[in-house]
Design a protein around this ligand. Structure first.
Ligand SMILES: Cc1cc2nc3c(=O)[nH]c(=O)nc-3n(C[C@H](O)[C@H](O)[C@H](O)COP(=O)(O)OP(=O)(O)OC[C@H]3O[C@@H](n4cnc5c(N)ncnc54)[C@H](O)[C@@H]3O)c2cc1C
Ligand SMILES: NC(=O)c1ccc[n+]([C@@H]2O[C@H](COP(=O)([O-])OP(=O)(O)OC[C@H]3O[C@@H](n4cnc5c(N)ncnc54)[C@H](O)[C@@H]3O)[C@@H](O)[C@H]2O)c1
Length: 473
């Protein structure tokens, strides 16, 4: 059987795979990308973009209603059909022509089908009709196959055809009653979206709401969800699920309650897309997350095998996966050309920020924007820290932003280095504020110098000055 040769083969054309391929082509190598569904991946069609489109209109409406003068101009309710229509556009109507054209313009060859490793630097691609094409990589194979929703082992759940994040992101109708299992990022965002769109939502939070964030984030989001009419059940979980013949779903909880709903959304984390990837053909375990070194080389794989994005479990976020993609694309080019590899801390060919400065925005109401370590995580890492809290609603810019602005900020300072290692902001429109904190953490800007970074008056950014004043000089 003949094989087509490329310098680099990328399996998975999500945001991460696309960026890896682009980077290696820009570095002068040839690249092929293998995709079994839509070019653009989860983020474009079933995750980041459509879910944020579902949330945005409700958020804008709430903002207008919090402002005298603007409030009076809002006379109608949310136009659900228009929101869903705008979401469809943001999901490109689940067509990938635009991204396929981009691949062509970037000089990347697309092979459609299921990609499987079939030996050292060999990938077999099985197309829709069953035909198999064999590809060989001269330098590297990069696995960027992403992740899928995890379905917990709850009796009856799988048979009940639950919604996962995919159905929640792409739904054509808003269910009357929605039960959400889980209370992490997907669960809280989708509870916010669907309650705004008119569903009666119940959220089952086994481990608390947003348990990975600073505790006040979960508390504020819980309070606001409840104010919006969402029933948030803390410390409980689904123990059995059944869909009846009329289509209703019956959920039994650990505390013996029975809840009836039209749909049940499972949002309890992710599982790697490595079950059908031929990992056993290269000595690795199918179905496992792919552990990697800082240059994204797979532990226990050949020197030619890399993994980037969700599939390596370092940080399940598009921006962080694309950051890894830039590092891995460049390191493959450097190694192919025999150039020096810059793999020291914060070097060009490593993703140092994955461990120390990952920003994330949860688009709930209020928004939760964070970067770096929470106080609990910093303590667990053995750092000697000081925690500085400040009421975000007390800065002048917040009072101007909206009536009764409520928010909270926390800065975590490493007392030995006198630098910030974590910052969390909770409040309306804090999303756009977090990048300043990312720069302060990545740049390891000393607190003494931060006093000279003066926030403009009257903006919500004045929180920076208030946090410094509270810390003391
Ligand atoms: C509901 C939801 C909302 C989210 N919102 C945000 C957000 O607002 N911001 C953010 O930063 N992150 C968000 N995320 C996370 C983000 O979607 C992921 O981190 C991101 O999609 C990971 O990109 P990736 O390229 O690694 O994987 P994916 O986007 O999953 O792409 C992997 C691609 O590989 C393909 N593939 C898999 N196996 C094979 C195979 N064997 N052969 C061929 N092709 C294969 C898949 O079809 C897919 O196209 C969200 C996630 C969810 C679930
Ligand atoms: N705005 C964003 O950046 C954004 C939005 C959505 C998703 N994402 C990414 O997608 C990934 C997946 O999100 P997710 O919400 O599925 O995972 P997650 O890890 O954020 O939350 C899962 C939650 O489910 C809980 N849980 C686990 N098993 C459970 C069970 N059997 N019953 C009840 N609860 C259970 C966990 O305690 C956890 O709180 C995240 O890592 C996140 O980074 C990002």
């Amino acid at each position: 059987m003949t094989s087509i040769e490329y310098d680099v083969i990328v399996i998975g054309a999500g945001p991460v795979g696309e960026n890896v391929a682009d980077r290696v082509v820009q570095g002068g190598l040839t690249a092929a990308i293998v995709e079994r569904e839509l070019v653009g991946g989860e983020c474009s069609y079933w995750a980041c973009m459509p879910t944020k489109a579902l949330l945005r209109s409700g958020s804008a409406l709430r903002a207008a209603r919090q402002l005298p003068g603007a409030r009076e101009a809002v006379t109608g309710a949310l136009d659900v059909a228009a929101v869903l229509g705008r979401r469809d556009e943001f999901a490109s109507n689940w067509q990938d022509d635009g991204q396929v054209s981009w691949l062509e313009s970037a000089g990347i060859v697309l092979h459609r089908g299921q990609g499987r490793l079939a030996g050292d630097r060999v990938v077999e691609v099985t197309g829709a009709g069953g035909a198999v094409v064999t590809l060989t990589a001269r330098h590297a194979v990069v696995v960027a196959t992403g992740s899928s929703a995890l379905l917990p082992d709850v009796p009856g759940l799988r048979e009940s055809q639950p919604w996962t994040s995919r159905e929640a992101a792409a739904a054509k109708e808003v269910p009357g009653r929605l039960v959400v299992i889980g209370a992490g990022v997907v669960a809280t965002e989708m509870a916010t979206a669907y309650s705004t769109l008119g569903s009666s939502v119940t959220l089952l939070a086994r481990h608390g709401v947003l348990p990975a964030a600073e505790p006040f984030a979960g508390e504020r989001v819980t309070a606001s969800l409840r104010e919006a009419g969402v029933s948030v059940r803390l410390g409980t979980e689904a123990v059995s699920v059944k869909r009846d013949q009329a289509g209703a779903v019956h959920i039994e909880t650990a505390d013996g309650e029975r809840i009836e709903a039209d749909e049940v959304l499972v949002a309890v984390g992710r599982t790697p897309n490595t079950g059908d990837l031929g990992l056993d053909r290269v000595g690795l375990a199918p179905g496992a997350w792919l552990a990697v070194d800082d240059t994204m080389r797979v532990a226990g794989g050949g020197q030619w095998l890399y993994a980037a994005g969700d599939v390596n479990r370092r940080a399940l976020l598009t921006h962080q996966g694309k950051y890894q993609a830039r590092a891995v694309g460049d390191v493959i080019v450097a190694r192919a050309k025999g150039e020096k590899v810059d793999d020291g801390s914060w070097g060009r060919h490593v993703a140092t920020a994955d461990a120390r400065a990952v920003p994330q925005v949860v688009f709930t109401d209020p928004e939760v924007a964070s970067v770096g370590l929470t106080a609990a995580a910093a303590e667990a890492a053995g750092l000697r820290i000081r925690v500085v809290d400040y009421n975000l609603g007390a800065v002048a810019g917040a009072a101007l932003h909206s009536e009764g602005y409520q928010g909270q900020a926390r800065m975590v300072v490493d007392e030995d280095g006198k630098v910030i290692v974590g910052l969390t902001l909770v409040g309306p429109d804090v999303a756009e504020l977090i990048h300043a904190a990312t720069i302060a953490i990545v740049g390891e800007v000393p607190l003494d110098r931060l006093w000279h970074a003066v926030p403009a008056y009257p903006t919500v950014s004045e929180i920076w000055l208030r946090l410094l004043e509270t810390y003391g000089r």
